[in-house]
Design a protein around this ligand. Sequence first.
Ligand SMILES: C[S@@+](CC[C@H](N)C(=O)[O-])C[C@H]1O[C@@H](n2cnc3c(N)ncnc32)[C@H](O)[C@@H]1O
Length: 328
Amino acid sequence: MQFINTGTLPGKAIEQQLLLNIFRDAFPERLSTDIKPLLQEVKGHLYNRDFATAFGKEEYLETYALRWSPSRTLCYLEILHDLRDELKPFESESEETEDAEWKIVGLGGGAGAEIVALGGLMKLLKTTEEEHRAKMNIAAIDIADWANVVTRLGSGIVTKPPLSKYASAAAQSANSALTSLSSFAVTFHQHDVLNLSPDTLANIVENAHLITLLFTLNELYTTSLSLTQKFLLNLTTALAPGAHLLVVDSPGSYSTVSLNGAERKYPMQWLLDHTLLNPSGDAKANPSPCWEKLQEEESKWFRLPAGLRYPIELENMRYQLHLYRRCG
Ligand SMILES: C[S@@+](CC[C@H](N)C(=O)[O-])C[C@H]1O[C@@H](n2cnc3c(N)ncnc32)[C@H](O)[C@@H]1O
C-alpha cells in the first residue's frame, strides 16, 4: 500500500475555473434571483438528516448542486489526477481495440461533482494522439431523481461555454467545450443501491473499470449496516478482476453497530476493510481476499487556490480516501 502523492495539476487554476463555470452556467434560473433562502431551506433539511425532503424537489437539487458540488468537484479532480497512474484510465486492454473506453459508475453520484471532475480529468489527460480517441462512459446512480441536474452538467461539459455578446473575436475563436460529445457519455439511473437485486447491480456495473462511492458510503452505513455489507459483497461478486473501487468520505466517520445487545462504534474504514478484505472473517477459509487495498488516506485537506471566481462560497475540505482493486 502506498500513500497518495500530492502532485500539482498542470494548468490547475485554469482547469478549476472552467469546471466552476460549468456549474455557474448550468442553473442560470437559480442564480438570477437571491439563492440564500433556498440554501437555508436545503441546509435545514440536511442538518435534520431529512434527505427525502432535501433531495425531494428540483429547485432543492439544483441549489444543492450549485452550493456543495463545485468544491467537491475540484477536490475529486485532484484526487483522480493524482491516482491516474494507478487507475490507468485509457489503457486499451487489447491492441486491436481502436478506442479505449473507460467506464465509471458513480454510486450516489447524482449531484454531479464526480461527473464534472471526470470531465476535467478528460481534458487534462487528452494530450497524446491515443488519448484523443479515448472515451469516458459514466453512469451516475442515485436514490434521488437527479436526472435534470446530470443532464445539464453533462451538456455543460460537452458544449462551448456561453460567451458575452461583447466577447472579442479572439475569445470567440478560442472558446471550446471541455471535451467532445463523442468522447464523453453520461447517463443517470435512479436506484436505491441498498435494495438492488444482485442481477440488476451486476448489469449496472458490467464492464466497469472504476466504481466510486464519494461522500456516500457513510450515508449507506447509517441507513443500514447489514444492507451495506450485503451490497458491498454483491458488488464484489459483480465486478471483474482489475476493477477499482474508490471511496472518499468525511474523516472520522463512525457507524454504530449492535453486537449481542451491546452497541459499539466502528470507524467507517474499519467496517469497509473488514467487509472487502476479509469477507468471511476467517483468513483460512478465505485465503485470497477479493480486493487488494492500493491507497489510503485517513485525513487529508484539499485547499482551494486563491483567485477562483464563483457566485457562492467555496470551501476547503478534508477527506479520507480508500482505493481498492478487485483481485483475480
Ligand atoms: C452527500 S451526497 C454526495 C453526493 C456526491 N457523491 C458528492 O460527492 O458530492 C450523498 C448522495 O448519496 C445518495 N444516496 C444516499 N443513499 C443512497 C442509496 N441508498 N442509494 C443510492 N444513492 C444514495 C444521495 O441521494 C446523495 O446524492
